[in-house]
Ligand binder design. Structure first.
Ligand code: CUA
Length: 164
């Protein structure tokens, strides 16, 4: 089979690009321990209100003994609850989210907070926010007619003892 010389060159270049990209992914995954959020923890989405963790009274921000923060939230058409979350800057924060109905997603622009919220699973993301300010906590998976109104507010306040 005849392959044009120019085409052959590009075959090599594009194959090389794929190899380099897989190498970078592998390096980051192993060397830097970076990975997509994949907390395989199942939950019955239709009975969230009956669970201890995701019952209405238990939602919100909790400070753990070691100073880290756990934020427990439920996503449901069309909002994330509680609707306003206030957390300190520069503090490890673990979000635990569950959907009460369909697939949702969370994205906080200008931060690295992003995850899907899949019904039947608990999504867990640990991050911290270096910059105090007000952020939008947006749904980024189409979940119905009210999808573009599905958002909450995330308020990052300066850590006590730190000025603005
Ligand atoms: Cu929830 Cu889109």
């Amino acid at each position: 089979m005849h392959i044009d010389r120019l085409e052959k060159t590009w075959l090599w270049i594009s194959s090389l690009m794929a190899v380099v990209m897989v190498a970078i992914l592998t390096f980051n995954a192993i060397g830097e321990n970076s990975h997509p959020p994949s907390n395989v923890e199942t939950i019955d989405s239709s009975r969230l209100h009956l669970t201890e963790e995701f019952s209405e009274d238990n939602l919100g921000v909790k400070t753990n003994d070691d100073g880290s923060i756990t934020v427990t939230m439920v996503g449901a058409r069309y909002g994330f609850y509680p609707e306003v979350i206030e957390v300190p800057a520069n503090t490890p924060i673990t979000f635990r989210l569950a959907s009460a109905d369909v697939l949702h997603g969370v994205h906080v622009p200008f931060t690295n907070m992003a995850t899907m919220v899949v019904p039947g699973y608990v999504s867990e993301v640990t991050t911290s926010f270096p910059k105090p300010g007000e952020y939008s906590f947006l749904c980024n998976e189409y979940c119905g007619l009210g999808h573009d109104q599905m958002w909450s507010r995330l308020v990052v306040v300066p850590k006590s003892g730190e000025g603005l």
